[in-house]
Design a protein around this ligand. Sequence first.
Ligand code: SAH
Length: 219
Amino acid sequence: MNFSELGGTGMTSARTRARMIDRLKQQGISDARVLAIMGEVPRHAFVDEAISHKAYDDTALPIGFGQTISQPYIVARMTEIALGAARHDKVLEIGTGCGYQTTLLAQFFKTVYSIERIGGLSRVARERLSKLGAYNARLRHADGSKGLAESAPFDVIMLTAAAPIPPENLLDQLAVGGRLIFPVGTDEQELRLIERREEGLLESRLEKVKFVPLLPGLA
Ligand code: SAH
């Protein structure tokens, strides 16, 4: 990919990114692949110019339409967990948003399918990803809550919006050795992982999180 196409190869943003990486390490992110790629991708190019100076802060930021890009720590954490899947062939992301997480996944998986229900966000993300040369990302404007049966099975299914109950309907689309990563809950949410092993499903509760809700239908 060509990150200079989105601007931000300047020294200032490189230095701020380096500080973000130091912070991620202190917060417990240890996967060198994740740290390296987050040190390269110009996160500020994924948010409005007016708030781009905050892009490397440890916080979620608005991306329009009432949605947010997750804080760097949680994006790093979810990417680390995704890399624990047995194979890195196909990943399905539900909730493209600004396309930042999609861009990271596109580095590590052969094909990234990403679904977004808000047309305006999907369109802008598509433009960014094509400028970046992320030709292995397939974006779709649709309701992702039923997954993408025609392209299943996936090695990873990642939800970046929270459902009130675990999205067990998606387990049918998960490959053996695959990982379903999702925030669940309404006011109180937690990040969970379900692994499909040869011998069955294994669920782990990871940590408290705060995501926008998974909503039905198109917008
Ligand atoms: N990964 C994104 C996070 C965006 S926030 C990023 O890096 O920016 C979550 C996104 O999920 C929002 O854009 C929201 O519109 C989308 N979303 C919510 N419900 C959805 C659904 N049923 N199908 C697809 N996308 C959905």
